[in-house]
Write a protein that binds this ligand. Structure first.
Ligand SMILES: *Cc1c(COP(=O)(O)O)cnc(C)c1O
Length: 382
């Protein structure tokens, strides 16, 4: 054969040359099949469905979620929208918690409604009877997020899932805060557990990914069919990074949770702070539900400052040095944002009593973070 041809086919490796701690990163759109029969006998035949790194990650996440099946998506938002599209059809009605991650709300309003799926938003403080009172015979799906984005309201997912199931309504919970570790939605009767792996599982603010976990065979088949129909796929390098993050998830969460509570407890005592919205903090809203259902806390919570004008909120944020100003969370670093502009999209306007800030407590030393917040609060009060 000509060297041109030999260069194209040289360097093939049969099997793995050595076993490493982590899976190999297989890059491949094309999968080479062993013989003609395998082309059409159901053997894995195309790389979009995932290769070694993606399969290793799906297995590990199934272990984490107590799931029969886990599917991967290119972002947390894609996981939420794909799970909804997998179970909904024209004419269905969906009940979505008003504190849902805001881009999910845009998907509901712009896309679902275009396909004749009607959507209503419900108050996160409603109990199971209150939520189910809003359901109609066409209600197919109930979307929960607990604690809620930005304002951290806890939902009684156990009671809501049981009541929904009794009426033949599916439940989906965005469990990004619980990270699959602190809270186990499937074990509490929720049908579909979604995570933005971008946050704590990846853990380093550098990869986008989402997962959908189910414990029911029928739902698992729907998710698998939908991923094929829509063509979702995640890159092997990204799956590898997510799996690498997963290895230290438990250890990192212990530290995020402990440091977060240290910082939150300090904030409670500051005169410029009206209230701290952290479900794991004794006396905070939702603490009883957290104590009943959660094995720990992550580093994300809300802080309401004493009433003050937007210019002082900006002064608070601009005075921070260790806390970066940025969206997202779950990485090793501390972050802060103001939330009030985002609350405008909500249907139910809650007066939190002052400007609402969100803090992500990272893996820095808590004393340094407290000193940074002291500087910020001095600028706020000044
Ligand atoms: C960030 C986030 C998402 C979306 O995740 P991406 O990977 O950024 O798309 C979904 N839900 C919650 C609660 C989030 O915080």
């Amino acid at each position: 054969m000509d060297e041109e041809t030999r260069l194209i086919h040289a360097g093939q490796i049969e099997g793995l040359p050595a076993k490493t701690v982590s899976p190999p990163v297989q890059r491949g759109s094309t999968v080479l099949l062993p013989n003609a029969r395998a082309l059409y006998d159901g053997t894995l035949g195309y790389g979009r469905a995932g290769l070694s790194a993606q399969f290793a990650l799906m297995d590990a996440l199934a272990e984490l979620e107590g799931a029969e099946d886990v599917q991967l998506y290119p972002s947390g938002l894609a996981a939420m929208t794909a799970a909804m599209l997998a179970v909904l059809r024209a004419g269905d009605h969906v009940l979505v918690v008003d504190t849902v991650y805001r881009p999910v709300r845009y998907f509901c309003d712009r896309v679902l409604r275009r396909f004749r799926v009607s959507v209503d938003y419900y108050d996160p403080r409603l109990d199971a009877d209150g939520v189910l009172a809003l359901a109609s015979p066409s209600t197919r799906l109930l979307v929960l997020e607990s604690p809620g984005s930005l304002s951290f309201e806890m939902q009684d997912a156990t009671a809501i899932a049981a009541a929904a199931r009794a009426r033949g309504i599916l439940t989906l919970l965005d469990n990004t805060w619980g990270a699959g570790r602190l809270y186990k939605p499937l074990a509490h009767g929720v049908d579909i557990s979604v995570q933005a792996l971008t946050k704590y599982v990846c853990g380093h603010s550098d990869v986008f990914m989402g997962s959908v976990a189910t414990a029911d065979t029928g739902l698992a088949m729907l998710m698998q069919a939908s991923i094929q129909d829509h063509g979702w796929s995640v890159a092997p390098e990204d799956a590898y990074q997510a799996l690498r993050g997963l290895r230290t998830l438990a250890t990192r969460l212990d530290r995020h949770g402990e440091s977060g509570l240290t910082v939150a407890a300090w904030l409670v005592d500051q005169p410029d702070v009206l209230q701290v919205l952290h479900p794991a903090l004794p006396g905070a809203p939702g603490h009883d539900l957290w104590a009943r259902d959660y094995s720990g806390a992550c580093g994300l919570f809300g802080v309401v400052l004493q009433p003050g004008p937007p210019a002082r909120v900006e002064a608070f944020l601009d005075a921070l040095d260790i806390f970066g100003l940025g969206f997202s969370w779950g990485g090793f670093e501390s972050l802060a944002i103001s939330c009030d502009p985002q609350l405008m999209a909500r249907k139910i306007r809650v007066d939190y009593g002052g400007p609402l800030m969100r803090l992500h407590v990272g893996l820095e030393a808590p004393a340094d973070l407290i000193a940074d917040l002291r500087t910020g609060l001095d600028a706020y009060g000044a």
